[in-house]
Ligand binder design. Structure first.
Ligand SMILES: C[S@@+](CC[C@H](N)C(=O)[O-])C[C@H]1O[C@@H](n2cnc3c(N)ncnc32)[C@H](O)[C@@H]1O
Length: 229
């Protein structure tokens, strides 16, 4: 999407994707990734999500990338944090404790600028991208994180003809096309949530399935299991 589209959404406060609490899928499935407290987590296209604080409470330093300065300032204000700011062109870098937000364009991010990360949480980032940008998004994500970095990915599926994105519908086959060379994919969750989503019912959807995947280096998926699920 055009950056102006997102800037306008933030200026108008049209941020229907924003949850007033941490994402339940993150809370439920995060422990299914091979990560330990202290591992630094990357949250691409982070908005002002409470997930950043939740991850931080699990003992993770976190780094997010977000286009909108409004989102970044609202995040720190709402969390009552006073960040230090550093200009690191083309990004402005805001840091409080172990939470770092890079304000700028994800596609301008380099591995060096991101720093070392050991896991990724992608919610409403891949599905914020129109179809033609998704291969570039996936390639870029894989370029900036070390090879094999585990990813927890949440997507949505619905008949794309019924609604214009974002959020866009991203089919499981596409997730495999985008990430299947680099990762072994495992679907952890699939649920039709339309009945709990009046705003999507009003937009005419007939179904809306949320899916959660874990992406692990090939050969590793079998070894990370948990008795909790
Ligand atoms: C649908 S929202 C999801 C935000 C967050 N992941 C959440 O779950 O609340 C997508 C966010 O990505 C930001 N964004 C869109 N394109 C971007 C880009 N190229 N680089 C960085 N951020 C971007 C938007 O400003 C918006 O806040």
């Amino acid at each position: 999407m055009d950056p102006d589209f997102w800037h306008q959404r933030w200026r108008r406060g049209e941020i229907g994707w924003h949850l007033p609490h941490p994402n339940p899928h993150l809370e439920r499935y995060w422990h299914r990734l091979p990560v330990t407290p202290g591992d630094r987590v990357f949250v691409p296209l982070c908005g002002k999500t409470h997930d950043l604080m939740w991850l931080h409470r699990q003992g993770h330093p976190v780094v997010g990338v977000e286009l909108s300065p409004l989102a970044v300032s609202q995040f720190f204000m709402e969390q009552r944090l006073r960040p230090e700011e550093q200009a690191r062109p083309p990004f402005r870098c805001f840091r409080a404790a172990d939470i770092e937000l890079l304000c700028g364009d994800f596609f301008e991010l380099t591995r060096q600028r991101l720093g070392r990360v050991q896991a990724v949480w992608d919610r409403a980032a891949l599905i914020a991208m129109p179809p033609e940008l998704r291969p570039r998004y996936a390639r870029h994500l894989l370029q900036v994180v070390p090879p094999g970095t585990p990813v927890l990915l949440a997507t949505m599926e619905y008949p794309q003809v019924e609604m214009a994105g974002p959020p866009f519908s991203v089919a499981e086959t596409e997730v495999h096309e985008l990430f299947g060379d680099a990762y072994r994919l495992e679907r952890l969750h699939a649920e039709d949530i339309l009945s709990q989503q009046p705003r999507f019912q009003e937009r005419g959807l007939t179904h809306l399935v949320e899916k959660v995947y874990r992406l692990l280096p090939k050969g590793e998926a079998q070894t990370v299991a948990s008795p909790r699920d």
